[in-house]
Write a protein that binds this ligand. Structure first.
Ligand code: ADP
Ligand code: MG
Length: 335
């Protein structure tokens, strides 16, 4: 074999090898939480570039919608909407409008005006409102008192003292935006996570992704594992932002009807098509508790739910419920 022929043969052999694809990932702290992106890419640089684009999108959304940043448009609403209509970007307007859809289907268990009382809690500093403060703030909690003008994209509060925050849906929305960016770049297998909200496209090497639901009392233990493909998942738990006092856990998921932390479950997980939906629904499931929430979720085939109760029991919606144990008659007969 001549050298020349050998080189040509080698080049052909190399060209026919499958392209070496690999998982590229990136982690950052944005929106006060851990953002994680993982993408299956046959070009490392393109994968890294896409992951950076997802992070840039997260930062953009945070700048627009954070209630912690005084210059955000959302903070402008909180500062001025009780006095005058406040105009915002259509994107923010649409998400606020969408949040009212969840208020309707959950009979008010999800309500971004919960913040009228929610802002009185400061978990890292163990601050909670008195009963008098809650009573005074509660009339501000009612999404119906938020006037949304779809023509001018303005938001107006009908009552003084009203506030909103999108902490209950914004991360899910950001995850969906991240997935849209990856899809637009042609990626078929990816995971985007923002705190308790994740969405997955495709599978993982021909198998489902397996996600764990954590033990509410031990972040290193899982109570169950769920295989998922092409799906979003959000968990709301009483262990994320909280403090304990006098045997009571004060945490960041607030029942809009009472102004107190909801206590029917330790965690509520929702599976569904998009993270915006599952994020909105997970607070709802948490506030309503398994009985009422399962009634709603079992009527909506696109969602599934998993609850961890205060006693440590795990409850599933119909779509996930383990099959019933085999009947007696099916037991092997003794000869
Ligand atoms: P994470 O912030 O880790 O995604 P969750 O999805 O459980 O956690 O969202 C919790 C956040 O939802 C709270 O920090 C608060 O901003 C918001 N929130 C709390 N209670 C309600 C409620 N009843 N309706 C709407 N949003 C809520
Ligand atoms: Mg969330």
């Amino acid at each position: 074999m001549t050298i020349r022929f050998a080189v040509v043969a080698l080049l052909f052999a190399l060209a026919s090898l499958p392209v070496r694809a690999e998982w590229r990932d990136r982690t950052e702290a944005i929106m006060g939480t851990r953002i994680y992106v993982e993408v299956w890419s046959d070009d490392a640089a393109k994968g890294d570039e896409a992951n950076e684009a997802v992070m840039a999108e997260m930062r953009r959304i945070d700048d627009l919608m954070s209630h912690y940043k005084p210059e955000s448009q959302l903070s402008q609403i909180n500062a001025r909407a009780a006095q005058e209509p406040v105009q915002v970007d259509p994107e923010l307007f649409d998400l606020i409008k969408l949040s009212t859809h969840y208020s309707v289907i959950t009979e008010g268990a999800f309500d971004i005006t919960y913040a009228s009382v929610g802002h009185l809690y400061d978990y890292p500093h163990h601050v909670k409102p008195t009963e008098e403060q809650i009573k005074a703030a509660l009339p501000g909690v009612n999404w119906r008192n938020m006037l949304l003008d779809p023509v001018h994209h303005t938001v107006r509060f009908e009552r003084p003292g009203m506030r909103i925050d999108l902490g209950g849906i914004g991360k899910g929305y950001a995850v969906d935006r991240g997935i849209a960016i990856l899809q637009a770049r042609g990626f078929k297998h990816a995971l985007v996570t923002a705190g308790g909200d994740s969405r997955i496209i495709g599978d993982r090497m021909g198998r489902p992704w397996v996600v764990g639901i954590r033990n509410p009392d031990d972040k290193n233990k899982v109570v169950t594992r769920i295989p998922i493909v092409n799906s979003a998942m959000s968990t709301s738990g009483d262990y994320e932002r909280y403090f304990d006092e006098g045997g009571v856990r004060y945490h960041h998921i607030i029942d809009p009807r009472t102004g107190h932390s909801a206590s029917k479950v330790r965690s509520a997980t929702i599976l569904g098509p998009t993270a915006t939906e599952t994020d909105g629904m997970s607070k709802t499931a948490f506030v309503l508790g398994p009985e009422k929430a399962l009634e709603i979720i079992n009527r909506m085939p696109q969602y599934d739910a998993i609850f961890v109760t205060p006693e440590g029991k795990i409850l599933y919606s119909n779509g996930l419920a383990p099959p019933p144990p085999p009947k007696e008659a099916a037991a092997p007969r003794k000869h």
